[in-house]
Design a protein. Sequence first.
Length: 114
Amino acid sequence: QVQLVESGGGLVQPGGSLRVSCATSGSRISSKNMGWYRQAPGKQRELVARINPGGYAVYSDYVKGRFAISRDNAKNTVYLQMNSLKPEDSAVYYCNTFPINWDWGQGTQVTVSS
């Protein structure tokens, strides 16, 4: 059974940075497209960024130029570096395959507030 464990969230001021991580167990990610998703209160879960096995990344227009997705296949882990954070980036952040193929993890809360 695949398990996704997101970590690294927290409270940060507008303009600040955070890096969130997603450790995967039960399956290797090396051959899979992986994505970071987020869900804010009262809103649908949305795709933020995705990365293919070769490292090619695609970003939503909302985060392009501010966020960077990366992967470490040896550690079976995907990362999301978030810079120039805005209050509207506040959400629970999740990882999964792209398209979605696994059960969701618990996510990690990111709150951007002064």
